[in-house]
Design a protein around this ligand. Structure first.
Ligand code: ATP
Ligand code: MG
Length: 374
């Protein structure tokens, strides 16, 4: 039976499996290797987030192991199109419409549904039952948070052999294909791994010899990721549209969600293009079409409070490892948000090194998980 590796990201999930020919990433039924973290009462379909937004649950990864009264949960609550409830044991419940009824699920049940979906996808692709898996979690997850993810895997009928840290998975994925690592008695090769996803920023330094990997240090900013930058754009356009079109976008959850999606697209376009780019949304609210523009320079200026936060974890990881910049052989980046030029620049400037992109930025975590038990 195959062991699959699962990366449950805040925004997207990836599944990989180790086979005799190497590591393979598994595609879902839409031939997409990435499955979004949206649960619409058991159906994972991204376009439904707009048509059926009150029932589409997303952004729940960080509710694992947290009580309803946790300040993070309380801060997220007003931003969500679905409602949260306090469960009898104090934990966070998520309300969705299920078979024509409002029903409150635990976060373990919701992630359990997502994992069952991923289990099914893997079984479809591998044409055999899948039970054993390795799941990655952020390195900053507490024991309670890990326990909660583990419980979700059991609800999905999976046997989670191990939960590993995202950054450890990335290091494993790096080590496996490197044929030229130093021999065991030689000085190890030190590599920095930087992962910025949708919701968090993680950094680690690992020392490699042939057949040996030691994680020397890890650091993070659990609340810094691509979504902060989407919010910067959303805030800006909400203000602009208030003046220009007299629209109060924040009062209309559906319009707000559409604006979020358009801003994320714009953010990605700005990574590839520094000129002025348009933002146009037809029939946005009250039958009004809205349009505006933005360029990378403006975006960077507006995002400075977040860009400033990139350096602290880099400094922390270097200090913890007791290495100097000269001891670092390479700086490898993964995670969607590391595609942003201003983020890459800051990482490169800090380590005084060009950054490497040896690893597949999206799939490295899942591949590392698949390797853990291969
Ligand atoms: P997390 O690791 O925080 O749980 P995740 O693993 O789901 O989240 P990733 O898939 O690594 O996150 O990254 C998603 C983020 O990367 C999103 O914010 C997305 O908008 C952003 N992103 C992806 N491609 C680009 C790009 N070309 N330019 C800018 N941002 C991008
Ligand atoms: Mg991730």
């Amino acid at each position: 039976m195959s062991v699959v590796g699962i990366d449950v990201g805040f925004q997207s999930c990836y599944i990989a499996v180790a086979r005799s020919g190497g590591i393979e990433t598994i595609a879902n039924e839409y031939s997409d290797r990435c499955t979004p973290d949206f649960i619409e009462t058991l159906i994972v379909v991204q376009f439904q987030i707009i048509t059926n937004f009150k029932n589409t649950v997303h952004g729940f990864k960080k509710f694992h192991g947290r009580t309803f009264d946790d300040p993070f949960v309380q801060a997220e609550k007003p931003k969500l199109p679905y409602s949260l409830h306090k469960l009898a044991n104090g934990s966070t419940g998520i309300q969705v419409r299920y078979l024509d009824d409002d029903k409150v699920f635990t976060v373990e049940q919701i992630t359990g549904m997502l994992l069952s979906k991923l289990k099914e996808t893997s079984e479809g692709a591998l044409k055999k039952p899948v039970v054993d898996c390795v799941i990655s979690v952020p390195s900053f997850f507490t024991d309670a948070e890990r326990r909660s993810v583990f419980d979700a895997s059991q609800i999905a009928g999976l046997n989670c052999l191990r939960l590993i840290n995202d950054t450890t998975a990335v290091a494993l994925a790096y080590g496996i294909y490197k044929q030229d690592l130093p021999a065991p008695e030689e000085r190890p090769r030190n590599v920095v791994f930087v992962d910025m996803g949708h919701s968090s920023f993680q950094v680690s330094i690992a020392a490699f010899n042939k057949g040996k990997l030691k994680v020397l240090a890890t650091a993070f900013d659990p609340y810094l990721g691509g979504r902060n930058l989407d919010e910067v754009l959303v805030d800006y356009f909400c203000e602009e549209f208030k003046g220009k079109y007299k629209l109060n976008v924040r009062e209309n959850p559906r319009a707000l969600l559409r604006l979020h999606q358009e801003c994320e697209k714009l953010k990605k376009l700005m990574s590839a293009n520094s000129s002025n780019l348009p933002l146009n949304i037809e029939c946005f609210m009250n039958d009004i079409d809205v349009s505006s523009r933005m360029n990378r320079g403006q975006f960077e200026e507006m995002s400075s409070q977040y860009l400033m936060r990139v350096e602290a974890p880099l400094r922390a990881v270097l200090e913890q490892s007791k290495l100097s910049r000269d001891d670092v052989y390479a700086v490898e980046i993964v995670g969607g948000a590391t595609r942003i030029p201003a983020i890459k620049e800051r990482i490169s400037r800090f380590f005084c090194k060009d950054i490497s992109t040896t690893l597949n930025a999206d799939e490295a975590v899942a591949r590392g998980c698949a390797l853990q038990c291969a």
